[in-house]
Design a protein around this ligand. Structure first.
Ligand code: FEO
Length: 398
C-alpha cells in the first residue's frame, strides 16, 4: 500500500488487494481483485474516513503511520460498518482509543455488534456538518447503500463526495483513477457490482441520487470505498446508476441451463436458434450454468429483457445448480423481465412446473408453461423449443 495525494488536503490511505478472488465470503467473484479505499483529510483538523479489511489491519496502521502520527487524527468517520471497511478499526483504536468516531445511529449498532467496544461514538444525521477549519465535512445518510448504517460524506472546498460502497467496483488497479484505467474493464466491473450488489436497492438508489442532486453541490471527485476514484466527469457514474436503477435492460436474452446427458442442452441450443431466426440482431447469451461463474451470469440476467431457464427433472425436482440460480435472482429482485422454462425428463417430469413457479415467485413474468422433452429430445421437441425462442422475441416486442 502506497498512500497518494488526491488533492493538497486529501490522501488515499487504503489497500489494493490484487489477490482477492471472492468477496462476501464466496458470494461474489472478484476476477480482478478489489481495493478498500480509506481517505485522510488534513485541514486544521485531521479526519480519517473508513479503514480497510481485517487481514490488512497491521499493514494499514503501519502505512498510515508513515503519512501521519496517529495521535494527530482528530476524528474518524465510519461511513459504513461492514468488515471490509471497519476491519482495521479495532487495531487503530487500540492505539488511539479516545478518538471520536462519527457514524450513523445504525453505524453504532453495526460497529458495536461486530467489535463489542464502547468507543466514543458521535451519531450524525443528514445535513449535519463537521468543521475542519477551512473546510466542512457534510454528512448524508444513505441507508441500504449498502447496509442500514451506510452514509456518504461530502468535503467542501475540494468538492469531494465520499460515497463508500455506492459507485464502487471490485477492481484492483495501481492507476486508481477512472480516466487512467482500461474503460472496458472498468465498465464491466461497475455493471457487475451494480447487478450483484445494488439491484435490490434500486428504488433507494434513485431517491438518494435525486436527494444529492437537489443539494446542488459541485462535484470534482467521487471517492468510493472500492475501486477507482471518479475524477474525469465524475457524475457519469451517478447518471449511469440512474439508468441501471430503472429496471435496466438491453436488447438481450439469456438462456441458462444445467444438463446431465445433453438433452436439456440440445433444447437450449434450439431456443437460441429460434431467437436468432426471429431477430438476428438480438444479443443471445447461452450458459451451461454449472460451468459458469454465477455473478458473471447474473450480470447478463441484469442486462436481459428475458431469460430461459432449463433443467432436467431429477428426483421429481430440478438440479440444485438451477435452484441456486433462481434463489440468487429472487434475492436480487429483478423487475420487468420475462421468462420461460424447459428441460428433459424420463418419467415424472416436474422440472418445468417447478422452474416456472419459482421464477414467478422470483418476480419474472413467465410467458409460456414451458417445454418438456422426453429422454433425448426428438425433432418435435426441438421444433417446439425453436418456436418458444421465436415466441419470446415477439413477447418482448423485438
Ligand atoms: Fe464494501 Fe458493504 O461494504
Amino acid at each position: 500500500m502506497m498512500a497518494f495525494k488526491i488533492t493538497d488536503k486529501v490522501t488515499w490511505v487504503g489497500k489494493i488487494d490484487w489477490d482477492l478472488e471472492t468477496f462476501h465470503g464466496e458470494e461474489y467473484s472478484t476476477h480482478k481483485g478489489s481495493t478498500y479505499n480509506a481517505y485522510l483529510i488534513q485541514d486544521d483538523k485531521t479526519v480519517l474516513i473508513d479503514t480497510v479489511w481485517t487481514p490488512f489491519k497491521e499493514e494499514f496502521v503501519a502505512e498510515l503511520k508513515k503519512v501521519i502520527s496517529l495521535e494527530k487524527i482528530d476524528y474518524i468517520v465510519m461511513n459504513h460498518g461492514e468488515a471490509d471497511h471497519s476491519g482495521a478499526l479495532p487495531e487503530l483504536m487500540r492505539l488511539i482509543p479516545d478518538t471520536p468516531i462519527y457514524c450513523t445511529a445504525n453505524g453504532v449498532k453495526s460497529l458495536k455488534g461486530q467489535y463489542h467496544k464502547d468507543w466514543d461514538f458521535r451519531v450524525v444525521k443528514t445535513g449535519e456538518k463537521l468543521s475542519l477549519g477551512t473546510r466542512d465535512l457534510l454528512f448524508i445518510e444513505a441507508p441500504m447503500l449498502h447496509w442500514p448504517d451506510s452514509m456518504f460524506c461530502y468535503l467542501t472546498g475540494d468538492d469531494i463526495l465520499f460515497s463508500n460502497d455506492a459507485f464502487g467496483q471490485h477492481y484492483a488497479t495501481e492507476l486508481m483513477y477512472n480516466d487512467l484505467v482500461d474503460k472496458a474493464e472498468l465498465d464491466y466491473e461497475c455493471i457487475k457490482y451494480y447487478a450483484n450488489i445494488l439491484t435490490p436497492f434500486s428504488r433507494l438508489v434513485t431517491r438518494k441520487i435525486q436527494e444529492f442532486i437537489d443539494l446542488n453541490l459541485p462535484v470534482s471527485f467521487i471517492c468510493p470505498s472500492h475501486g477507482v476514484i471518479w475524477r474525469e466527469n465524475p457524475l457519469q457514474i451517478v447518471e449511469q446508476y440512474n439508468v441501471w436503477a430503472n429496471s435496466y435492460q438491453e436488447n438481450q436474452i439469456t438462456i441458462m441451463y444445467d444438463t446431465m446427458w445433453d438433452g436439456t442442452k440440445k433444447m437450449a441450443n434450439a431456443i437460441a436458434q429460434g431467437i436468432k431466426a426471429a431477430n438476428p440482431s438480438l444479443t443471445i447469451k447461452l450458459y451451461h450454468i454449472a460451468n459458469r461463474d454465477r455473478n458473471d451470469v447474473l450480470t447478463e440476467v441484469f442486462k436481459s429483457k428475458a431469460i430461459f431457464l432449463g433443467s432436467p427433472t431429477v428426483n421429481r425436482t430440478i438440479l440444485s445448480t438451477v435452484a441456486a440460480m433462481i434463489e440468487a435472482m429472487k434475492g436480487l429482485g429483478f423487475t420487468n423481465k420475462k421468462a420461460a422454462a424447459f428441460g428433459t425428463y424420463g418419467w415424472s417430469g416436474e422440472a418445468i412446473k417447478v422452474i416456472s413457479a419459482r421464477l414467478e415467485d422470483a418476480g419474472f413474468e413467465v410467458i409460456n408453461p414451458g417445454i418438456r422433452g422426453l429422454y433425448n429430445p426428438d425433432e418435435g421437441v426441438i421444433e417446439q423449443c425453436y418456436a418458444l425462442g421465436e415466441e419470446m422475441v415477439r413477447a418482448i416486442n423485438l
